[in-house]
Structures are given as structure tokens and as C-alpha cells.
Design a protein around this ligand. Structure first.
Ligand SMILES: NC(=O)c1ccc[n+]([C@@H]2O[C@H](COP(=O)([O-])OP(=O)(O)OC[C@H]3O[C@@H](n4cnc5c(N)ncnc54)[C@H](OP(=O)(O)O)[C@@H]3O)[C@@H](O)[C@H]2O)c1
Length: 274
């Protein structure tokens, strides 16, 4: 059993993790339980959610779970209702949908699903949760962006644009809510070994050199919260992005197009589930 330390005092007693079933979200839950927080865990996948919850309980954490679809307004209101019953000091909006493919070959429904889960979801939960966070005068918010948010990202145009929204929203709120004692961090991971990443698995071996583990991402993010507005996760990713940012923008975007077409020779991921 972990005793609450400075992290739990600043961001506890409850953390809400939206999209906690698998991948980086499950790693956040593991790490937050290790830091002595109680957890409100939300996911659309009930079995994965229960696995995450069981691990947190085994660490001695108090855990509430909610199966909800973050693409659905009713689901979002159910999450807000759960949060209103608890003293939530930390919101981690982790869930996302990212589909690889030429923009014109994606259906409007696929594009709107990405917009709903990646943008509307956090927008609604921020509106519902921020007033209580401000009233208590301390807390934190983690919004998941992506390294793909930093410039045009061919074959993931809609996904990357939703992540640019999260990046700018997070940095903006870092300043605004900082005046209320709330730490906001926009997180830009590079490729991370998660079920989501594996399901859009590159069809070739390209693009896997700097792959990070979810636990390392979660630890670095939670260690960084409160110190800066945004974080490119991992030194190798920071170095890679610095190089890309030093390039002519058109060259950098074209180069990413080339890399993506090499990774996805058919112009899309092998078997999109949506
Ligand atoms: N992995 C990477 O390489 C990478 C890189 C850059 C940024 N990121 C960002 O990091 C975050 C986590 O990525 P990840 O790879 O860990 O994602 P993931 O493996 O797909 O996990 C996200 C979790 O959210 C859940 N979720 C998805 N849609 C949902 C919905 N409509 N309602 C409720 N829950 C939902 C997923 O459940 P299901 O499994 O049932 O869908 C899953 O448990 C995302 O915001 C992603 O954009 C990841």
C-alpha cells in the first residue's frame, strides 16, 4: 500500500482517467495508484477497464469504474456525474481514436468519430469539471496531444488536427488556469507500444526505432505536470522533433508524407476497426 506523498497531496484524493482500459491510460492508472491516489476509471471496454481496476486495487487504491462511450454525449454526462460525487483533483483525458488513411478515403463518420472522442470529449469534461477544480484552488489536467500535432501529418490529417487542438487548448489553459492553482499539461508522445498503436501497426518495419513503453510515458508525464505547458515525451522524440522543426516546413511535411507512405504502402492501416 502506498502512502500519499506530495503528488497525492497536490492532485488527489481522486484522479479521473478517461480511457483507462489499455495502453497509456492503463499506465496512468498504475502510476497514479502507486502515487497513492484514488481512481475513477472510465473506458468503453468493460473487460480491459476491470483489469486496470484490479491492478490498482491490488496496490491498495480506492477505485470506481464506469463503462461509458466518450464519443457519446450521454456517456460524457455520466462521467461528469461520477466526477461530481468525488473530490477529483486530477483529470487525465487519455482516450483517442486515430485512423490512418488518405483523407478522401475516410468516411465522414470516421472523421467525426475522431473529432468527437479527441475534441468534443475533453471539451465537455473540461466544462463540467473545471469549475469544481477552480473552487478547490488546486489540481491538475492532462490532455493528450501527439507529436503528429506539430506540423502537417499526411495520412493522419484528421487525427493530427484533433491533436493540434488538444495541444493549443492545453497550453492556453496552462496559463489561464495556472492563476487558479491548476496545473495543465499538453502531452505529445511519439510512437508508444500500446494496443491502439499496434492496431494501426505499420505494414513495414519503418517508424518503430524510437518506440516508448506506456509506463515510461506515464511516469515522465506525471513527473512533468506542474512544470511546463507541454511535453514532447522522451529525449529521443524531443531530439527528433527539434530536427524536424529546424527544417523548411514544406520539406518537413513532405518528408512525413514519404515516411507514412513507406509505413503504409496501401495508403491506410491494414484493418481499421471503425
Ligand atoms: N500510442 C502512441 O503511439 C501515441 C502517440 C501519440 C499520441 N498518443 C495519444 O496517447 C493517448 C493514448 O494512446 P494509446 O495508444 O494508449 O491509446 P489506446 O491504446 O487506443 O487506448 C486508449 C484507451 O481509450 C479507450 N477509448 C477509445 N475510444 C473510447 C471511447 N469512445 N470511449 C471510451 N474509451 C475509449 C480505448 O478503448 P478501446 O481499446 O476499446 O478502443 C483504450 O482503452 C491518445 O490520446 C493518443 O492519441 C498515442
Amino acid at each position: 500500500v502506498s502512502l500519499p506523498g506530495p503528488f497525492a497531496e497536490r492532485y488527489g484524493p481522486w484522479a479521473l482517467v478517461a480511457g483507462a482500459g489499455e495502453g497509456i491510460g492503463a499506465a496512468y492508472a498504475d502510476e497514479l495508484a502507486a502515487r497513492g491516489l484514488s481512481l475513477a476509471l472510465v473506458d468503453v471496454a468493460a473487460a480491459a477497464l476491470e483489469d486496470t481496476a484490479a491492478r490498482a486495487r491490488a496496490r491498495g487504491a480506492d477505485v470506481r469504474t464506469l463503462v461509458a462511450d466518450l464519443a457519446d454525449l450521454h456517456g460524457l454526462e455520466a462521467v461528469a456525474a461520477l466526477a461530481s460525487e468525488l473530490d477529483v483533483g486530477l483529470l487525465v483525458y487519455n482516450a483517442a481514436v486515430g485512423l490512418v488513411g488518405n483523407f478522401v478515403e475516410q468516411s465522414l463518420e470516421q472523421s467525426l468519430l475522431q473529432l468527437d472522442v479527441n475534441c468534443r470529449g475533453p471539451l465537455v469534461l473540461l466544462h463540467r469539471l473545471v469549475p469544481a477544480l477552480r473552487a478547490r484552488g488546486r489540481g491538475g489536467i492532462v490532455l493528450m496531444s501527439s507529436a503528429s500535432a506539430l506540423r502537417g501529418a499526411p495520412l493522419v490529417a484528421t487525427y493530427a488536427a484533433t491533436k493540434a487542438w488538444a495541444y493549443i487548448l492545453g497550453e492556453s489553459l496552462w496559463e489561464e488556469l495556472g492563476h487558479d492553482g491548476i496545473d495543465v499539461l499538453a502531452v505529445l508522445p511519439g510512437s508508444t507500444r500500446t494496443p491502439g498503436w499496434l492496431s494501426s501497426m505499420p505494414q513495414t518495419g519503418t517508424g518503430t526505432a524510437m518506440l516508448m513503453e506506456p509506463a515510461d510515458v506515464a511516469r515522465e508525464v506525471l513527473d512533468t505536470l506542474g512544470t511546463q505547458p507541454s511535453l514532447i515525451v522522451g529525449q529521443a522524440n524531443r531530439d527528433g522533433q527539434a530536427l524536424l522543426s529546424s527544417m523548411d516546413r514544406a520539406d518537413a511535411v513532405r518528408m512525413m508524407g514519404g515516411v507514412m507512405r513507406e509505413m503504409y504502402p496501401e495508403g491506410r492501416q491494414a484493418d481499421p476497426t471503425v
